[in-house]
Design a protein around this ligand. Structure first.
Ligand code: AMP
Ligand code: ZN
Length: 498
């Protein structure tokens, strides 16, 4: 653990703290639409559920925003001293293209595309490929593994038991294609996100199941040839019930935080609340609902079903690392929509590289790369803590890093140690340098050079333009004496550490 530098000055390095000082944590709760002081049910540990992907294809960069947001939240909870029990589910059957139980079964489509015989075993095999790829992507983008990944097909028994409870308590009705939850039995339905149910009823499309009493009634069990046996007939559980059943099984009947993308608010999460609270009679099912905004590409919605999403693999093929994409994500607040462009990603790539170079140099200088001699600068640490505790304000926290880089009051090793300390929340792996990066590590941006060297460099450029070669050589010498090497390349001047 790195030491903290007290505000009194750097001479009091011995004033170390082993724990992050406490500060209230504020999070925006979709349920109240307010930024609330976060207080978990149990004072030291937090239960958190994140709606995971439907694994009929590789996840795209839009999906990854939802998981980076959840990861920053989890890291922030950890930074504030909470232990987190975190579940991310993997939907590996039956999520229909339309959240409201219409459209095609996306997993079934993937199974058909694979050309394999249609059975549960092959469905598991096809989805396993994408489930494993998802876990790899999660690691590559710097997300900490959850306490458990739960696959929906491993929890069918729990889902059936939960549906049974709802049937027995009279919350359901049967139609020709399944067992439905009757939202008229749960008056709070639609409270999350203030959904206008009357408008939904008026605007309902004709092709939705005409046997449904209300368009927002949702399937708990869908009959189908491919599926599991149940007292209601062969079929498979609805999408909403899987999340509630797995949250109950792994975290308990009432949990602290539930995350997802904003598209989950209207249907999926209102469905979850209705099922959970009807089954248990306990409210609230979830204390803090948190939702991340969407990424667009060229101002167009990304969607796995539209197949217009870019994957992390495709970014890699174009020479970008998933962590560079993570950096770009952190430049926006999770509640603001972001538009992805490769120009913006180039900026993030460059910024992350500069940050790594700064940390590697700062840490290497005094302590052989460990940062052990660096001291976390308390005034910056405090500002950082305020930023992330203010509803995960990562843009402010990142801006603070660059203020720190420029701040001449502190020695390089302390600045590097402070940035490394912040990385416990950013997860950018700032001290992991690839061989390629190491090679170009010594190259220094002109804007990062000390002012006096920048001045000499510009004088040398003028001398070269005047064809005053002796003058240019003398200036090169002068720059060398300051500890920098100058090289003229076809792309312009290249400056490295001597
Ligand atoms: P899905 O596999 O479609 O259920 O989506 C998985 C997660 O990605 C959910 O939390 C969605 O809300 C989220 N998501 C989907 N598309 C985007 C997008 N374009 N931007 C941000 N999050 C998204
Ligand atoms: Zn879910």
């Amino acid at each position: 653990m790195v030491a903290f530098l007290s505000r009194a000055g750097r001479d009091t390095k011995q004033k170390q703290r082993s724990q992050t000082p406490s500060l209230p944590l504020f999070l925006c709760n979709t349920l109240s639409d307010l930024t609330e002081h976060f207080e978990p049910r149990n004072s030291s540990s937090v239960t958190m559920y994140t709606c995971g992907p439907t694994v009929y294809d590789y996840v795209h960069i839009g999906n990854m925003r939802a998981y980076v947001f959840a990861d920053i939240l989890k890291r922030t909870l950890g930074y504030n001293g909470f232990a987190v029990n975190h579940t991310i589910n993997i939907t590996d059957f039956g999520h229909l293209t339309d959240d409201a139980d219409a459209g095609e079964d996306k997993v079934m489509l993937a199974l058909q595309r694979s050309g394999k015989p249609i059975n549960l075993e092959n469905m598991r095999a096809v989805t396993s490929v994408f489930a494993e790829a998802f876990k790899e992507d999660m690691d590559a983008i710097g997300n900490l593994p959850p306490s458990q990944y739960t696959r929906a097909s491993d929890y069918v028994g729990e889902q059936i038991a939960l549906i049974r409870t709802l049937v027995e308590k009279g919350y359901t009705y049967r139609t020709r294609d399944g067992i439905y939850f009757d939202i008229s039995r749960f008056p709070a339905y639609g409270r999350l996100g203030n959904i206008n149910l009357a408008a939904q009823k008026e605007g309902a499309r004709i092709e939705t199941n005409p046997e449904k009493k209300h368009p927002a009634d949702f399937a708990l069990w869908k009959f189908g040839e491919l599926g599991w046996d149940s007292v209601w007939g062969k079929g498979f559980p609805g999408w909403h019930i899987e999340c509630t059943a797995m949250a109950f099984a792994t975290l308990g009947k009432q949990i602290d935080i539930h995350t997802g993308g904003i598209d989950h608010i209207a249907t999926h999460h209102n469905g979850e609340i209705a099922q959970a609270e009807s089954a248990t009679g306990k409210s609230p099912y979830v204390r803090y609902w948190m939702h991340g905004e969407f990424i667009t590409i060229d101002a167009t919605k990304i969607s796995k079903s539209l197949r217009n999403g870019i994957t992390l693999r495709q970014l890699r093929d174009r020479g970008y690392s998933p962590l560079e994409y993570r950096y770009w994500l952190l430049t926006g607040h999770y509640k603001s929509p972001m538009n992805f462009t490769f120009e913006a990603l180039d900026g993030a790539k460059q910024a992350l590289f500069r940050l790594k170079r700064f940390v590697v140099e700062g840490c290497a200088r005094e302590s052989g790369g460990t940062c052990a001699d660096g001291v976390v600068i308390e005034s910056y640490r405090e500002q950082f803590h305020h930023a992330i505790n203010n509803n995960l304000d990562t843009p402010r926290a990142l801006a603070l890093i660059w203020e720190l880089v420029k701040d001449t009051k502190y020695p390089l090793p302390d600045k590097a140690a402070t940035i490394k300390h912040f990385d416990a929340v950013f997860g950018l792996r700032v001290s992991d340098i690839s061989e390629n990066e190491m090679r170009s590590l010594n190259v220094i941006e002109v804007s990062d050079l000390p002012d006096e060297v920048q001045k000499l460099l510009s004088e040398r450029e003028h001398a070269r333009k005047r064809k005053d070669w002796d003058g240019a050589d003398a200036l090169r010498e002068a720059i060398n004496l300051k500890g920098y090497l100058v090289e003229d390349t076809p792309k312009g001047v290249r400056v490295t550490k001597a």
